[in-house]
Design a protein around this ligand. Structure first.
Ligand SMILES: [Zn+2]
Ligand SMILES: [Zn+2]
Length: 266
């Protein structure tokens, strides 16, 4: 089956500082981006989303923070699929656990393919070892997945143009972060150039990259303490109205349960 006739789905299985995983799938094949849940929890969420685990063809890893890799080794072993990550990320993970299974290394800027998915990794600014985000092409579809970044430079802007679906971090509300009981160094880390994207920064980026190709936006990696879905939605809707794109479908990804699958039809 080819993606020219099959719709391409994106299902966020969960997103936030307690675990991240999403599945991009088309015609019975899928790629998992990050494995930040236990195998048991991941299988439960796949089942809840109506996605057979047999469709997983590979796991691609954004960076080594625990909320993205806590279930990686067990999941890769169970699904018997290769794991894709940068060399620096692999070096850090090998220190913690020598057995990473079937490993395939990529470099930011170096495209690779899994099944009918063509994946372009690119560097993002975050306090990890060689962290990356991805654009994924499948047939005529282009999907961007960008979470865990302190700010959006020109590379991120370039990559997110002409995406049909954009998955983007909308991590914190600046007022809620300032008012939170978090220690000052942690607040500084989150707000810093290698931390996380605020709701305002997320929307400013969207206003720069949304174009005639953009149909769906999934806002992800919301802070549970320093953000609220209603603030995220209101901020994004206001920002999209300002660029005359109220038609864009907006999904706010949750931490505790899978989000409704976003479909791209061609
Ligand atoms: Zn994270
Ligand atoms: Zn991170």
């Amino acid at each position: 089956m080819t993606c020219l006739t099959e719709p391409l789905g994106i299902t966020v299985l969960g997103s936030g500082s307690h675990g991240n995983a999403l599945l991009i799938h088309c015609g019975g094949a899928g790629i998992l981006v990050d494995a930040g849940f236990s195998l048991k929890e991941l299988r439960r969420r796949l089942q809840a989303a109506g996605l057979p685990e047999s469709m997983i063809r590979g796991i691609i890893v954004t960076h080594e923070h625990n909320d993205h890799i806590s279930g990686l080794r067990v999941c890769a072993n169970h699904f018997q699929v290769p794991v894709y990550m940068t060399r620096k990320c692999a070096d850090v993970l090998r220190h913690r656990d020598a057995d990473l299974g079937q490993l395939s290394l990529f470099a930011p800027g170096g495209a690779f393919s899994i099944s009918s998915f063509d994946i372009e990794p690119f560097s993002i600014p975050h306090d990890a070892n060689d962290p990356v985000a991805f654009v994924v092409h499948c047939g005529p579809c282009k999907i961007g997945v960008v979470t865990d970044l302190g700010y959006a430079g020109s590379t991120v802007e370039y990559q997110l143009r002409q995406c049909n679906t954009i998955v983007l971090e909308s991590n914190h509300d600046l007022n809620l972060l300032a008012a939170s009981k978090r220690p000052w160094p942690l607040k500084q880390r989150i707000m810093g150039r290698h931390g996380h994207l605020s709701n305002d920064a997320c929307v400013e980026l969207l206003q720069r990259v949304v174009d005639s190709c953009t149909r769906n936006i999934i806002l992800a990696h919301l802070s549970q303490e320093c953000n609220r879905p209603d603030i995220v939605e209101k901020t994004a809707r206001r920002g999209l109205a300002k660029i005359a794109r109220p038609d864009i479908e907006l999904t706010i990804a949750a931490q505790d349960h899978p989000s409704t699958t976003v479909w791209n039809h061609f």
